[in-house]
Design a protein around this ligand. Structure first.
Ligand code: MG
Length: 548
């Protein structure tokens, strides 16, 4: 049966919403700029006349148009407008598939009350009158044609491609209009004399396969105006990316669950990037062993397409969702509030923007490597954690650990709350330089994520302590210094909490240095005693320090 699909796409959405919300902005060249990264995310049509496009560095846009008004994005408002906009489509049909914040399809096949064209016009008029934003619509027998029809003559486009005229409509268009043909593929096709969609349609599949690989059959169908992709009306009004994992056994190990969430983020964001999108909202859901569920969501200030932007938030969300002290059977991560395009900097000026750009480049390389060599060709820290089974924390909690405090002369051994921690090795920074975080960046990162204290260690020395202390002071976090020594071939982590402890540790290290790397007899006795205690308590311990 012939279908009637409408593709709805708002014109210059963020800029239009800002102009709708503030009458003073109407008719003026204005843009919405990525707040921290200095790029234009959306430009009004008045601004586009000056040659401003997205994404373009804000600084360059200002040069092209000195009067340009640039506003930081108000993404909550855009999401609200998006809901209202699609609300008009829902008035006529439940079959709405929202593919991004300002784009989607709706299916009018089974609506017999009014002609489809009339409905599409009504929706567009209502959106224009009540929301004061302009939209483009394409009406056709499938998704592909309706989408191209809405985008071909923006803004305020309204194009109907009657059934049977799909080929005619498509054939003179350049090949880049077909989904899946990016700039690189387009160049390859042009070189092969297949610049127009009509030429692709007329090429046998086996020949096309040489240029397009496995994509060839689908693209050839598309080129002939055939697209059988169904419309996927979601119960939720929006497209999301999500993954869940059910554990073989109930899990109590929070660190393990966090690693699972990070791995999910890795996979989901790889798809987000593949589709050229960004997301703003994260939702972590847990299911307890009695099937009761709980979830927590958080929205970022700006949409992102990088898992590294959300790693730090996953722990907090998990902590908030996992409220009952009950083991977990399942955990899931959902990314929603999907935006088209990437909000990435082309002209990084600040350190934060530079770091972000470096992570963007890294993500692209990782994606490429994983596509070609398999997922596990590169592993992150949390992947290594997932190689081991979750720990049985319920059991471990029953055996209190020991914490030893020695900076006031007499060693005191006190039971400690079971905390797991990873020594942050400043050595990596001094060895690999800017491929890892500097002590100052670690302090800033801790501040950003509300971590009250951070401990930094090096092996056998206190490198970076001064830089770290200054940065921590600026960031308002408590710095803890440490070092790692080897005693009887076992690593021993020592932490200090005060100037006195720092002094003692320095003395210990310099004595060791004087003895040509061996600890002095006094230090040896001391370290031996710590090592024995460590072994008895069978856990790492702090030295002269209360970590929190
Ligand atoms: Mg749009």
């Amino acid at each position: 049966m012939a279908r009637t699909i409408v593709h709805l796409d708002a014109d210059a959405f963020f800029a239009s919403v800002e102009q709708a919300a503030d009458t003073r902005l109407r008719g003026k060249p204005m843009a919405v700029g990525g707040e921290s990264r200095g790029i234009i995310a959306s430009a009004s049509y008045e601004a586009r006349k000056f040659g401003i496009y997205t994404p373009m560095p804000t600084a360059r846009a200002r040069k092209l148009c000195p009067r340009l008004i640039v506003l930081p994005g108000d993404y909550e408002r855009y999401e609200q407008f998006s809901n209202w906009m699609f609300g008009y489509a829902y008035d006529f049909t439940p079959d709405v598939e929202q593919t991004s914040i300002d784009e989607g399809y709706f299916d009018l096949t089974s609506n017999h009350k009014k002609p489809a064209l009339e409905i599409a016009l009504t929706i567009r008029k209502a959106i224009g009158q009540s929301l004061k934003i302009s939209v483009s619509e394409g009406i056709a027998s499938n998704k592909l044609i309706s989408q191209i029809a809405s985008k071909l003559h923006k803004p305020a486009a309204f194009q109907n491609v009657p059934g049977g005229q799909e080929k005619q409509f498509l054939h003179s268009l350049p090949n880049k209009w077909l989904p899946g043909i990016g700039p690189k593929t387009a160049v390859r096709l042009n070189a092969a004399g297949l610049a127009d969609i009509g030429q692709i349609a007329a090429t046998p599949v086996d020949l096309l396969s040489l240029l397009l690989g496995g994509q060839a059959p689908v693209l050839r169908q598309f080129a002939n105006g055939i697209d059988e992709r169904p419309l996927i009306p979601a119960r939720e009004p929006q497209k999301t990316f999500s993954q869940q994992e059910t554990f073989n056994e109930d899990v109590t190990d929070e660190e393990y669950v966090e690693a699972v969430l990070r791995r999910m983020a890795d996979r989901l964001f790889a798809t987000v990037r593949e589709e050229g999108r960004s997301v703003r909202t994260l939702t972590v859901k847990v299911r307890y062993n009695d099937r009761d569920e709980n979830q927590r969501a958080e929205s970022l200030r700006e949409p992102t397409d990088l898992e590294t932007d959300v790693y730090g938030r996953l722990r907090g969300l998990l902590g908030e969702a996992w409220q009952r002290r009950v083991s977990l059977r399942m955990v899931s991560l959902k990314l929603s509030n999907v935006y088209d395009g990437v909000f990435r900097s082309e002209l990084p000026l600040e350190t934060a923007a530079k770091n972000h750009e470096a992570r963007e480049r890294l993500a692209v390389v990782l994606d490429e490597l994983r596509r070609n060599k398999g997922w596990s060709v590169v592993l992150r820290g949390h992947d290594l954690r997932l190689r081991d089974a979750p720990r049985d924390l319920a059991h471990e909690h029953a055996q209190p650990r020991l914490r030893i405090s020695v900076n006031r002369g007499t060693p005191r051994v006190t039971p400690a709350r079971a905390t797991t921690y990873v020594p942050l090795r400043v050595r990596s920074y001094y060895t690999f330089l800017d491929s890892t975080l500097s002590p100052a960046a670690i302090a800033d990162c801790a501040k950003q994520h509300g971590i009250p204290a951070v401990a930094l260690t090096d092996i056998g020395n206190l490198h970076g302590a001064v830089e770290f202390a200054q940065a921590a002071k600026r960031a308002g976090i408590k710095p803890i210094f440490g070092t790692e020594l080897r005693v009887n071939d076992n690593p021993l982590l020592l932490y200090v909490e005060s100037a006195r402890g720092y002094h003692n540790l320095n003395r210990l290290l310099s004595q060791k240095a004087e003895m040509g790397g061996r600890a002095s007899p006094r230090a040896q006795t001391f370290l031996k005693r710590r090592e024995d205690q460590r072994r008895r308590s069978s856990s790492r311990f702090c030295f002269g320090c209360r970590a929190r």
